[in-house]
Design a protein around this ligand. Structure first.
Ligand SMILES: [Zn+2]
Length: 284
């Protein structure tokens, strides 16, 4: 039997949620929706959304499944709750997403080429130059030219992953893995996951031969360690276009595609963009 106390606490819980929702609509207090893991996405559905806001970013709604809504990034390296807002029917609404546990594994790697682990001053300067160049891509905006799920970056997708894995390279803790790795033979065609403009293509210290595609509305897809690259900066490519082939260039332990996604500047699990939209957490 459900006791009076638990009934009352349930009642209070509903009342608090209701009050929070009202205050949220007024912009006074954020509504706590749920928690989400670092590197994940939360879809906040609704009709009549004019724009979505997270941090200093403003962007258009995204359709997930059949529903339009704000697709809120919870960045892999975040350490605090995410506050999202949206303008809807002339009102500002707020949502607070609690930061959940870090769910990813630990990966131990041996990289024999120590010059790619312990950087010389010249290589460090090179990496810093490249990071500055790449960092400018995250601010790109423009009309969305993609739809979920994205197309696969390989014709046959093997099991892949290791997104978010904490890395211990040659015995020392390093930055987490920011993409998903797919081990396939060198020369396998790599495909654009949706319509895009080539934002950057070149040879980089860690990423090797790399292509960065801008799909508009703050979505950038990345393809690293390529053997060949068939596109140049500024090229327009359609979904499924062959942009290069799989290789093992840069800091890599063997032929594989490293596929990454930045959404509104945040690192999120690329598998969420390739899978069934139902795998994306939704605010109800
Ligand atoms: Zn990788």
């Amino acid at each position: 039997m459900v006791g009076y106390d638990s009934f009352m606490s349930l009642f209070r819980f509903i009342a608090v949620l209701g009050a929070a929702a009202v205050l949220a609509a007024a912009g006074a207090h954020p509504l706590l929706a749920q928690t989400a893991a670092p590197g994940s996405l939360v879809h906040w559905p609704g009709e009549g959304i004019e724009r979505c806001l997270v941090g200093d970013r403003a962007f258009e709604p995204t359709v997930v499944g059949e529903e339009p809504g704000c697709l809120v990034p919870v960045g892999l390296t975040r350490t605090a709750d995410v506050i999202a807002e949206r303008d809807r029917d002339g009102r500002r609404e707020r949502l607070r997403i609690g930061l959940g546990e870090y769910p990813y594994s630990v990966q131990r790697l041996e990289i024999k080429d120590r010059s790619r682990v312990d950087l010389s001053p010249e290589n460090l300067a090179r990496v810093q130059r490249e990071n500055a160049l790449i960092g400018r891509l995250w601010g790109r905006q423009g009309k969305p030219r993609f739809s979920l799920p994205l197309g696969a970056p390989l014709e046959k997708m093997p099991a892949g992953g290791r997104f978010g894995a904490k890395r211990i390279i040659n015995g020392e803790p390093r930055s987490p893995h920011t993409g998903a790795d797919y081990a396939v033979p060198q020369g396998t065609p790599v495909l654009a996951v949706d319509d895009a403009v080539v934002a950057l293509a070149g040879e980089f210290f860690f990423s090797g031969n790399a292509v960065f595609l801008d799909h508009g509305n703050g979505l950038i897809s990345m393809y690293f360690h390529l053997h060949e690259v068939f596109v140049e900066q500024g090229d327009e490519v359609p979904r499924g276009h062959r942009i290069g082939t799989v290789g093992s260039t840069g800091r890599s332990t063997g032929p594989h595609l490293h596929f990454g996604i930045r959404w509104q500047g945040e690192r999120v699990d690329p598998a969420l963009w390739l899978g069934e939209p139902a795998s994306i957490a939704t605010v109800r």
